[in-house]
Ligand binder design. Structure first.
Ligand SMILES: CC(C)(COP(=O)(O)OP(=O)(O)OC[C@H]1O[C@@H](n2cnc3c(N)ncnc32)[C@H](O)[C@@H]1OP(=O)(O)O)[C@@H](O)C(=O)NCCC(=O)NCCS
Length: 174
């Protein structure tokens, strides 16, 4: 397993997923309101099997690109990077989610603010970005509060739950 970075994000801590987290992950992730805003590889329903599989693969990248968002060491969500390749290898896409019980407390903003310096430094990145469904105003606000700039709209770029959506691009560069 990779080294175990622990990132103090203020109101929450980012740490690697590990065995024992499965029930908490499934509890928070098994929510259509969470899945509705994510790519289709985030399943719904989200079962204990899905959580076990995630814990098995989450720490494969070394250094780690996937972090549990935790309160008192208990998982309430996740945040991670997909590193780009080829000529875009100076960039990464960030994605994050929280269980609904944890919404509205500034945790996603804190997690994103804390992950970015780690990511820029650890992976020698120049750019971190995220594409947000046009309906996801809370996530746009998170990105804005974390210093990302709205860069444009990819029209009719995604289909989620049968609905075609614009995707709003946010980027953070150093
Ligand atoms: C999006 C998500 C991560 C936000 O997490 P969170 O911890 O509640 O976010 P924060 O508390 O840091 O900030 C949310 C901001 O959005 C605002 N907000 C929430 N719902 C809103 C809405 N419907 N319209 C406009 N703003 C909204 C909040 O008021 C807050 O802004 P403020 O601090 O200026 O008041 C969480 O709702 C979630 O996990 N959703 C499902 C998965 C998801 O959407 N992931 C992101 C995919 S791009």
């Amino acid at each position: 397993m990779s080294s175990e970075p622990r990132i103090d994000a203020g109101p929450c801590v980012l740490r690697p997923f590990r065995a024992g987290d499965e029930e908490a992950i499934a509890h928070h992730a098994n929510n259509p309101k969470v899945a509705a805003n994510l790519r289709d590889h985030f399943p719904h329903p989200y079962t204990l099997d899905d959580a076990e599989q995630w814990v098995r693969i989450a720490n494969e990248p070394d250094p780690s690109t996937n972090f549990a968002i935790t309160l008192d060491d208990a998982v309430v969500g996740g945040i991670g990077l997909v590193l780009r390749t080829n000529v875009e290898r100076i960039g990464a896409e960030v994605g994050y989610w929280l269980g609904e019980e944890a919404w509205g407390r500034g945790l996603a903003t804190a997690a994103l603010r804390a992950l970015c310096p780690y990511a820029f430094e650890t992976f020698a990145l120049r750019r971190i970005d995220a594409g947000v469904f046009e309906t996801n105003l809370a996530s746009m606000r998170v990105l804005e509060k974390a210093g990302f700039q709205r860069e444009g709209v990819l029209r009719k770029c995604a289909i989620k739950n049968g609905v075609v959506l614009d995707v709003v691009m946010y980027g953070h560069v150093r």
